[in-house]
Design a protein around this ligand. Structure first.
Ligand SMILES: *Cc1c(COP(=O)(O)O)cnc(C)c1O
Length: 428
């Protein structure tokens, strides 16, 4: 398997762009070596510039739940391009996408379209602050909400202390209004609300975590968050940029039966084009300009081509539901990877919700970042490269969930399990 052309292109890219990439997640930083450069994709497969084929378990980090180049999505995009790529003015298509989102996601009565998941979370926390007139935002260690300044923070030294910046360029002043707690820690949540409750504007979380690997919330954790935010008048924000339309058509909130005040969306909602969205109770959403006073705007928001892609994707998911099949394929892959690691004698845990999952190289149940951080990352890097050499493209970090798409076949899944068995057998 040659990767010569990838190497040439990436070498040039490093002179042109910081680290040779436009987003760090794709730089293979956690596994070493150079990223592959891709030329095209179809269904469950990616093809690199050297002509190698890979079974794709990244799906562009989530959006491609229908697989690449789904015929209806392709057609909708082409059709929209033929009518003009941007008007900066209202279109009927925006109503259609808004209707689809509102129908699907239990908490959403009104919605605003933006251009990325980051924009959605940034706007939602501004709205939570503007609506409550309070400053503090609570987040959880290991959860990722895009590169929003006030969410790029790490926990301070003591539990339930105010946060410290997690990136140069984030000011101490910005991070001082963020409180970082431990995921699934009910006691920590109650203590934080006892101490700071009247100053907390909102709580933001991944209702199933994808960004420290797949980590599942307890029902008690979600219900506690719902109860304490309701009591204290804080806004509960589910960041469903990854889980929305992934773990269920209505997102994690429909799966767990806990309804937040605001929801952020991205990834699948654009079907592979740049869209984010935030929505929730009309009473809160109507605080956004021009209905209300909280400023938020976007030149390309509701872009007709991206909107068409989102509409076609959500309609396909609604009318031709793949969720049962995704559950079956997910269960099949999970069982195969679990037994392959077990037979190889490798300490591991596998977590899964539907079509998202992570094989953690750590024997302990992964419920929060402290446990996740103890995984064997060297073994993961070898596992990753072994699979690449077998034509399987997995997330290039222990801390990213993998995704199965509706375009994967049983044969793809079984070929992946065989490859993993081979690779893991050599890693004990
Ligand atoms: C990907 C992601 C984001 C950021 O979305 P971008 O479109 O990359 O800005 C935010 N929150 C979660 C949960 C995500 O998975």
């Amino acid at each position: 398997m040659s990767r010569e052309k990838s190497h040439e292109i990436f070498t040039r890219a490093q002179q042109l762009m910081p680290g040779g990439v436009n987003s760090p997640a794709r730089a293979f930083g956690a596994v070493g070596g150079e990223p592959l450069v891709f030329a095209n994709a179809q269904g469950a497969y990616l093809y690199d510039v050297d002509g190698n084929r890979y079974i794709d378990y990244i799906g562009s980090w989530g959006p491609m739940i229908l697989g690449h180049r789904h015929p209806k999505v392709d057609e909708a995009i082409r059709d929209a391009v033929g009518r003009g790529t941007s008007f900066g003015a209202p279109t009927e298509a925006e109503n259609k996408l808004a209707e689809l989102i509102i129908e699907a996601v239990p908490s959403v009565e009104k919605v605003r379209l933006v251009n990325s998941g980051t924009e959605a979370t940034m706007s939602a926390i501004r709205l939570a602050r503007g609506y409550t007139g309070r400053d503090i935002i609570v987040k959880f260690a290991g959860n990722y909400h895009g590169h929003v300044d006030s969410l790029l923070v790490a926990a301070g030294s003591a539990a339930a202390t105010l946060a410290v910046p997690d990136s140069p360029g984030v000011t101490a002043g910005t991070s001082a209004d963020t409180l970082v707690l431990k995921y699934n820690d009910v006691g920590g949540v109650k203590a934080a609300f006892d101490e700071h409750g009247s100053r907390i504007a909102g709580v933001i979380l991944e209702p199933v975590v994808g960004n420290m690997g797949c980590v599942i919330p307890t029902q008690e954790f979600l219900q506690t968050l719902r109860a304490v935010t309701q009591q204290s008048g804080a806004v509960l924000i589910f960041d469903e940029v990854m889980t929305g339309f992934r773990v269920a058509f209505g997102g994690a909130q429909s799966l767990f039966g806990v309804t937040p005040d605001l929801t952020t969306l991205g990834k699948i909602v654009g079907g592979g084009m740049p869209i984010g969205a935030y929505g929730g109770k009309a009473e809160i959403m109507d605080n956004i300009l021009p209905a209300g006073k909280v400023f938020q705007a976007g030149t390309l928001s509701g872009n007709p081509v991206a909107t068409a892609s989102g509409i076609a994707t959500l309609k396909a998911l609604r009318d031709d539901s793949p969720y049962e099949r995704l559950e079956e394929l997910g269960a099949r892959l999970a069982a195969g990877l679990d037994s392959a690691a077990g037979d190889a004698g490798i300490p591991h845990t596998l977590t899964r919700v539907g079509s998202m999952m992570t094989l953690f190289f750590n024997p302990d149940p992964v419920t929060d970042w402290d446990v996740a951080a103890k995984c064997d990352k060297e073994r993961f890097a070898k596992y990753f490269w072994g699979l690449i050499d077998s034509g399987v493209y997995m997330p290039c970090s222990q801390y990213e969930a993998l995704f199965v798409s509706a375009a994967h076949s049983e044969e793809d899944i079984d070929a992946t399990i065989d490859a993993a068995r081979e690779v893991l057998g050599g890693l004990a």
